[in-house]
Ligand binder design. Sequence first.
Ligand code: ZN
Length: 113
Amino acid sequence: MSISFILHMILHVTVPLAVAWLAYRDQFRKAFFTMLAGIAIDVDHLLVTPILHPDRCSVGFHLLHGYWFCAIYLVLALYKKTRLLGLGLVIHILLDAIECFRQQFLEDFLRSF
Ligand SMILES: [Zn+2]
């Protein structure tokens, strides 16, 4: 397990924590744990082999990381009743997308030598 993968997993916890602290301090616990629940979409990793592959881009590959689901997560974030869950899911997808970009960028960068 690489350091960048561990950092990625830590961000899945700390970013919702920071957003809850900054934007929902009055209901911090509810906001944090609801947004943290967004990590549950990683259950779709169980549908493929290998379950965990640090160099694989999740966005667009795994079922619940599909583009149609991303659109649904965005819509959930727009409505007050589902906003926290939607935000958690959008944060999750954004972090996964940043990881995909980092993987691709690093690969291209290393290939340039
Ligand atoms: Zn994910």
